[in-house]
Design a protein around this ligand. Sequence first.
Ligand SMILES: [Zn+2]
Length: 314
Amino acid sequence: MPNLLFRCAKDVHRAAAVLAVLGLSLGLAACGGTPASSADDRPVVLTTFTVLADVAKNVAGDKLRVESITKAGAEIHGYEPTPGDIRKAAQADLILDNGLNLEAWFAQFVEGLDVPHAVVSDGVKVMPIGEDSYQGKPNPHAWMSPSNVQIYANNMAKAFATLDPANAAVFEANAKAYNAQLQSVQDEMVAKLSVLPENHRALVTCEGAFSYLARDAGLKEVYIWAVNAEQQATPQQITRAIEFVKSKQVPAVFCESTVSDAPMQQVVGATGAKFGGVLYVDSLSEADGPVPTYLDLMRHDAKTITTALSGGTP
Ligand SMILES: [Zn+2]
């Protein structure tokens, strides 16, 4: 017990320092629960969102405990960490973030934490955002190309090897095996989308999160807003999307699972295009939903896009 008490006291101290920075106060329940690690002493890896957690689990195998800070369905760009998130992070052994300005909240989140973190997108060939106030900034959604996720997996294997050197070979082998699965999903996706007729090769979505997928599959990407943020779906942005859909006679448009589809329904109402379905980008679904894993997410999106753009019903 003395060990646990010390660990708890240290963590409360750390968490309190971070909370003070965020202008929050530490609840009395901070030390109330049994430490989650009491029956599981594997190192704990936290990721900023569910997609990274799934990839990390594939690389970690059963050697590390991997959890996501944000839950399935959460809006991840402007997420506001809770005191519980900060307590959890203070006890983690490694934190993984996407980088490329995806997690606007991350720098402040880790500021007071004495926990190493690694940026998993390091080494990816970055695509810039083409429009809006974000023009020229990196498009953060690099994981929408499975080829990029191979780089993510290799970066994770390296970070895990530093954390747990005894299992370095296991992480490397896991990453290699997972990368083979990523390659087949990449090939499947490109093959599926390449059957679309030339005049239907346009992907109209709410957020501009599909640049990497569109590049891989040879689709023209059009979106209402560039990056999920407070200011989105202005009348001008909606008009721009409506004009594109009308001029190219795009048969179907899409919106993502973590945002409201109301602006895209306006585009549907004004153009006669069909609503092609919900796409997943920034979050997996719950375990019993349509995309519990990253590989499911890519397969689901490729199928939804192909079906709707070739005239099928979602
Ligand atoms: Zn996004």
